[in-house]
Write a new protein. Structure first.
Length: 164
């Protein structure tokens, strides 16, 4: 019985390793569809709500409704990738800023403050260190491992469009 358990465990581990080994470098496709934005920030803002500022960074031009922060029952926080990169799941851009509210806090507000009030709640109006557009999100077959491979092979900023 022990031998059977060991064999089954070996098969399961082998299948998992084989699946991981199948990840290949992806050449991003820049077709119409949802973008794949990968970024690094000065500090860890991954739990904070992003807003979009005007080009001169003097006002908020876009901010989410509470329902915009969820996909189903899950909060759409960014996905952590290798070496402190994040995969955007919300909709950021070059003019992103982060509010003091976490996704959870913001999603539970009774009412959303207006843009002027939100502006006073910005903790960083210039948080980005790096921002890359890796093309149409729908072209990835296993997005997190594929992006992590681009990062670890130092290919992210070669194969994707560098925005910052």
């Amino acid at each position: 019985m022990r031998i059977i358990c060991i064999l089954l465990l070996g098969i399961l581990v082998g299948c998992k390793l084989r699946k991981q080994m199948k990840v290949e470098l992806v050449e991003p496709l820049f077709t119409s569809g949802p973008p794949t934005l990968i970024y690094k920030t000065k500090k860890d803002y991954s739990k904070l709500v992003p807003v979009i500022l005007s080009d001169d960074k003097t006002k908020i031009v876009s901010f989410p409704h509470q329902s915009d922060l969820k996909k189903g029952a899950q909060l759409s926080v960014p996905t952590a990738l290798n070496t402190n990169y994040y995969l955007d799941n919300r909709g950021i851009g070059l003019n992103v800023a982060f509010l003091k509210y976490t996704y959870k806090e913001y999603s539970e507000l009774d009412s959303i403050p207006n843009a002027n009030e939100l502006f006073s709640l910005i903790v960083d109006s210039d948080p980005l260190v790096k921002l890359c557009d890796c093309g149409n999100r729908n072209t990835f077959t296993d997005i997190v491992p594929q992006l992590n491979l681009l990062i670890t092979k130092n290919e992210l900023r070669k194969r994707c469009k560098v925005l910052k």
